[in-house]
Write a protein that binds this ligand. Structure first.
Ligand SMILES: O=C(O)CCC(=O)C(=O)O
Ligand SMILES: [Fe+2]
Length: 365
């Protein structure tokens, strides 16, 4: 055995095969971050993102700094969390939905779907940031984190680097100082950002049929941006303005899907769209594969003022008004509590509530 044969870290990820079914795929803009480093390239990307962010609210990112192998490696860590650790080890830090703090592990089946007794089918772990001051250490108390901390920190910080570039492009699009959004989402600041691994467990078709094949109910994301590392198992759908649902297509070669969340929608006076999306039962040729997901959820900084940004473009469009700011964490915690501190994922169709002057729609058909 040579040194090169010594396997370090979890076993290799074997990606499921893409579906051969003809699904109705969304046509998403591709943002090529290779162009970020020249002034012209940056402006071009900002223009493209301005359009994508204000229409679909979803886009794909390529040349993000993550290669295809890097993404496979991320999935190998996700698989390892769910399969190589005991229930007790996974439950070392459990999410406390009563406080709206979403760090830690949510086990599968602790909620029911809609008005049935069918349990939800996803388990989730949200891993807090690895800041230099170690302020989130209490949420890192998993054996999985202890054994893989250097790698998880690398993935978390590298995800943030993708986010940082996107935040700059979004600010340029709104004609703001290019660091306007970055300053409100610093990695070293406290925030409820999380690197998330998620695993959906397939259900019997007859059960899925009773809940409109729902694996994750229709929602908008709570924070500023979400990164979804390439998902090969189809099921994620976005709602188009005409009300039809379109599937998000896998993007190979190191691709990442990104979408706008509600706080970016607020900050942009509604200009950037936090698009409604859901996850449905995958097609027959993929439904048996455990659907593992890997994400980075960007939330506003704990102390950030969420308000409409004083953007010349928003002023010109009549979208700017002075509002009293909502504090980042107050908003995030209220939002998480409202959504998750329940026994059932009821439809909540078009149920609205307000945090400060910002209106939140909790669920959709
Ligand atoms: O699993 C997916 O593909 C998407 C999940 C999702 O939308 C979320 O967790 O916010
Ligand atoms: Fe989502």
């Amino acid at each position: 055995m040579t040194v090169a044969d010594v396997v370090v870290g979890p076993k290799k990820w074997v990606s499921p095969k893409e579906t051969t079914e003809k699904l109705d795929w969304a046509d998403l803009t591709v943002i090529d971050l290779n162009e970020f480093d020249t002034p012209e390239g940056k402006q071009k990307l900002a223009n493209e993102l301005k359009v994508a962010g204000s229409t679909e609210g979803f886009w794909a990112v390529v040349n993000s700094g993550f290669s295809e192998e890097d993404i496979f490696e991320i999935f190998s860590y996700g698989r390892s969390f769910f399969e190589d650790y005991s229930d007790e080890e996974k439950s070392a830090v459990e999410v406390d939905f009563t406080t709206g703090n979403y760090f830690g592990f949510k086990k599968r089946g602790n909620k029911t779907m809609f008005d049935t007794k069918i349990p939800d089918n996803s388990e989730i772990v949200n891993i807090a940031k690895f800041t230099k001051d170690n302020r989130f250490a209490e949420y890192h108390k998993f054996k999985f984190v202890a054994e893989n901390q250097a790698k998880l920190e690398e993935i978390s910080r590298k995800s943030f680097e993708v986010i940082r570039k996107l935040l700059i492009l979004l600010a340029i699009g709104l004609e703001l100082d290019e660091n306007y959004f970055v300053d409100r989402h610093l990695y070293e600041d406290a925030s409820d950002d999380a690197l998330r691994f998620m695993r959906y467990h397939p259900r019997a078709a007859s059960e899925d049929a009773r809940i409109e094949n729902t694996w994750a109910r229709a929602h908008t994301d709570f924070g500023t941006l979400t990164l979804l590392f390439n998902q090969v198992v189809a099921g994620l759908q976005i709602k188009t303005p005409d009300g039809s649902w379109k599937y998000v297509k896998p993007i190979s070669g190191g691709g990442i899907i990104c979408n706008v969340g509600d706080t970016l929608n607020f900050w942009s006076g509604g200009f950037f769209k936090s698009t409604i999306h859901r996850v449905v039962r995958p097609p027959d040729d993929q439904v048996g594969a455990p659907r593992i997901g890997a994400f980075y959820f960007l939330r506003p900084g704990d102390k950030a003022n969420v308000e409409i940004a004083p953007s010349p473009l928003l002023k010109e469009l009549g979208l700017y008004k002075k509002v009293s700011p909502v504090i980042g964490t107050d908003y995030v915690r209220k939002r998480v509590t409202d959504y998750h501190n329940r026994k059932t994922y009821a439809k909540q169709s078009n149920v609205k509530f307000k945090v400060g002057e910002f209106e939140i729609v909790d669920g959709f058909d």
